[in-house]
Design a protein around this ligand. Sequence first.
Ligand SMILES: [Zn+2]
Length: 80
Amino acid sequence: MTQGNRQARRAWAAARKKHMKRGHLYHVEFQHDPDCAIYTRERLCTCNPHRVLKDEAGRVLARVEGAGFYDPTELMEVTP
Ligand SMILES: [Zn+2]
């Protein structure tokens, strides 16, 4: 993992911490490359997806690029 990766991951964690509050609904989108292996049977991300955090109304609260592979556990890191 590169330094840029770490910074982007930190930015993503900070954005979620800042915007995600208890009792509100959010949408988190992972925008994968069309050729990412997440779309295969293995469902393992091999690209560098854009992470987008949206509120209930679909407004974009944060967008982070370059945070590396999608990891299904990463949404469990945040404790509000
Ligand atoms: Zn992917």
